[in-house]
Design a protein around this ligand. Sequence first.
Ligand code: 13P
Length: 341
Amino acid sequence: MSDSKALHKIAKSLVVPRKGILAADQSPGSMNKQLAALDIPETPEMRRKYRQLLFTTPGIEEYVTGVIMHDGTIRNYTDERVQFSDVLISKGIIPIIKVDTGTVPHNNFPGEVVTQGLDGLEGRLREYYDMGARAAKWRAVITISDDTPTLENLRTDSMSLARYAAMCQSVGIVPMVEPEVLYAGSHSLERAEAVTTETLKILFTALKEQRVDLSGLILKSSMVLAGSEYNEQSSPREVAEASLRTYKNSVPEEVPGIVFLSGGQTPERATENLNAIAMKEKEVGGYPWEFAFSYSRGLEQPVQQAWLGDDKNVKKAQEALLNRLRLNSMADSAEYTASME
Ligand code: 13P
């Protein structure tokens, strides 16, 4: 099999019907904040125990194609000293590594950030490949306000995403390109649609310019919805219609899959909106792309609340994870209803 065929196969295997991706790639800082909110000690050992709980949940492979991890997590181990990536591989789950190193202010562009991490990336990708990673994620952050995003900010982030994607493919890793248009803000649904469409158009122009193989990548996108502070929250039907119109207008057909982040929506709302997207897809008879969930908070909030850092609650927490995964799996096929909660 040629290299590009192998990439296409991995990309497709990440977005099969009824399954999704578990985004467990919080940085140590973000993970600590989530632990602290529940009075769980913010220690490396608690972070390790939490990831162990997630990855060893019996049966997650029924719903999960891939798990996204931070550098510290992919190198970490279970109590029995089995590397987390090997735990996942033994279940047929693809280890995915987050490779950007976070954001910094975009100089001269108040209120905007750019994502870093290109320096030395190719070497790091080779190391992750040897640890079993077959996909990698890079997240750009786009903020909507009266003055943002600027064209320059979108171009800068898109160029980095395109360079990262090209490097990933050169070493046999599928890039998961994530331009996150933030839900936070007081923007309307129409504005979210206009910004997401522009963001994706600029991104795909950059990917093509850098000769990235579009059949060997996954798009990780925000759903298109009015901002968290807008006076009227978008209905599931509105989210589905705006999101699908956006992708039709900006995502090339060769891209095998579009996966969603939950972005601060409640777990229930993220599931309901995924279901509405699948319903709309059925109505129109399908789209060129396979859709799937790739949630972090949308899957993990109930797990953390059930666990509370106590070994006695591990089973209960694993059941909470399976429950959320099952509901999203149903939503992926438009079979979810709110009464299942
Ligand atoms: P959320 O689902 O919590 O938005 O996180 C997904 C993700 O990977 C953000 O980069």
